[in-house]
Design a protein around this ligand. Sequence first.
Ligand SMILES: [Zn+2]
Length: 326
Amino acid sequence: MRTRIATLSFIAVGVLAAAGQITAAQTPAPKPAPLPPEKPAATEKAREKTVPAKVLFGAKALPSIGKSMAIGYYPLGCLSGGVELPINGPNWQVMRLSRNRNWGHPSLVNFIEKFAAQASKATGWNGILVGDMAQPRGGPTVSDHASHQTGLDVDIWFMPMPDHVLSKEERDTIPASNLVAADWKHLNPQTWTSDHIAFIKTAAQQPEVERVLVNAAIKKELCRVEANQPHAWMSKVRPWYGHHDHIHVRLRCPADSPQCKAQPPVTGVDGCSAKELDYWFSPKVIPPRKPGPPGRQTMLADLPAACKGVLEAADKKTSVATDNRK
Ligand SMILES: [Zn+2]
């Protein structure tokens, strides 16, 4: 009976409401059902499948929690527990702060701090200018810097650190010094100095360094100048596209990173023969071509499986004042 009355009154209210004779405020509104909980995991999953990995990694302002590890291969990997190179040191300053790429595996940060002092001594420079290392969690970058994904690569400029602390604006706008002439075959006598030989040699002599990449015109000159000296270090110095305004130093896989994929070690051949150098001065390389349209984008699934965990991990607490980059 009670049910019947309730049903009737419900119908009555419904009819009246439909006829516009009672207001919504009067209607005994049934309690709204709670909204289904949001599914961040599902949303995240969908994004991972459709958004390129460079966008996902580029959006992370801070490193992941967890043990510091280089994961994967230099151009296809990521960095767990990244650490920051301070933007100023006794012998270095970090450039292009707005890129937020002064992060690396601890072995890279240690290397740069040590090399900064060694290079200063070898060249007489005040110090070095540090360009790109890795993003806080490594991975591909939005500017398509192909390598630098595991926190073991660093670009160091071919110019001395000035004698003052650079402003944020100076760090973002000062151009790097180009050592190569406009024909891409010779060095520019206005910018090339013997200090640069000492600078490159010092980098290549460090045992933790796996490769040092320079423009072919620089490699050729090093081969000429060092021909009659012992130069075992020369086998680590390899010609590569660009690299006319910075060296790219790549460290070998650290012992604490079992998922780091090593490069084949150098063979000890100095790479100075015509056979090895000629290609770099052929029409296949010179003049440098503009990059073509981007190919297939790297997706999270292309990276080692552990990189998903790195991407999704909580932020590591750090003392970094992130607003000094913006
Ligand atoms: Zn580089």
